[in-house]
Design a protein around this ligand. Sequence first.
Ligand SMILES: Nc1nc2c(ncn2[C@@H]2O[C@H](COP(=O)(O)OP(=O)(O)O)[C@@H](O)[C@H]2O)c(=O)[nH]1
Ligand SMILES: [Mg+2]
Length: 245
Amino acid sequence: MCATCGCDDHSRTIRLEEDVLADNDRHAAHNREMLAARGLAAFNLLSSPGSGKTTLLVRTIDDLRGEAEFAVIEGDQQTDRDAERIRATGAPAVQINTGKGCHLEADMIHRALHELDDAGDLRRNGVLMIENVGNLVCPAGFDLGESARVVVLSVTEGDDKPLKYPDMFRTADLVLISKADLLAHVEFDVAACMSHIHRLQPRADVLTVSAKTGEGLRAWYGWLRGRSSAALAPATAASNMAESA
Ligand SMILES: Nc1nc2c(ncn2[C@@H]2O[C@H](COP(=O)(O)OP(=O)(O)O)[C@@H](O)[C@H]2O)c(=O)[nH]1
Ligand SMILES: [Mg+2]
């Protein structure tokens, strides 16, 4: 009997967790090789449900049309509603339903990559967007082989979320504070939120955006270009951006 939590075999639980994560890391490394071989930049979008990930992806694909070739992997517990929203833009999308699972794992991404590849949808030097399952806890622990992690936090969720879900924000390369058009209607202190984020991850970039009004999207596209130089050519950027703010 484990003295810490009273379970039958605590050490076995920890060993199993370590095995699962080590196995995931092996698949993630393989995904990274596969993406690098094709010159693809891959972004893992993480957030709680409803923060605006799919809406932002749809607008990004529309605004950067002609500049970048996007492919999308959608993670959800059930339904292919988000993949359908992406396909409506003309971009290819593979839906992964995790069922009882609360996060995407690297081997799921590996299978989805092959599905996209077999269909001829993994364009050389393109951009792969991975929308993770809405959850601020579990997805933080699973490397998918992405180039960078983008955590989306909407202003309706409260500025204290980085403090409550530190693992998620500690692994962020970029935090998008979304639904900025609602700032006038909710109590959300952007400066305080940024300070919480930077205490956890000093190197994280933070941008305030609204997929509805277009506020901050120029900076988001600039960040994407910086992280996927082969895929997004700055020379054609200005003509394709529909910044309204
Ligand atoms: N006001 C406002 N609503 C938004 C914005 N982005 C998304 N939404 C709304 O938020 C809800 C959830 O959006 P969705 O993209 O499905 O979130 P996801 O679950 O993170 O993919 C929908 O009702 C969207 O219309 C935004 O920038 N401003
Ligand atoms: Mg979604």
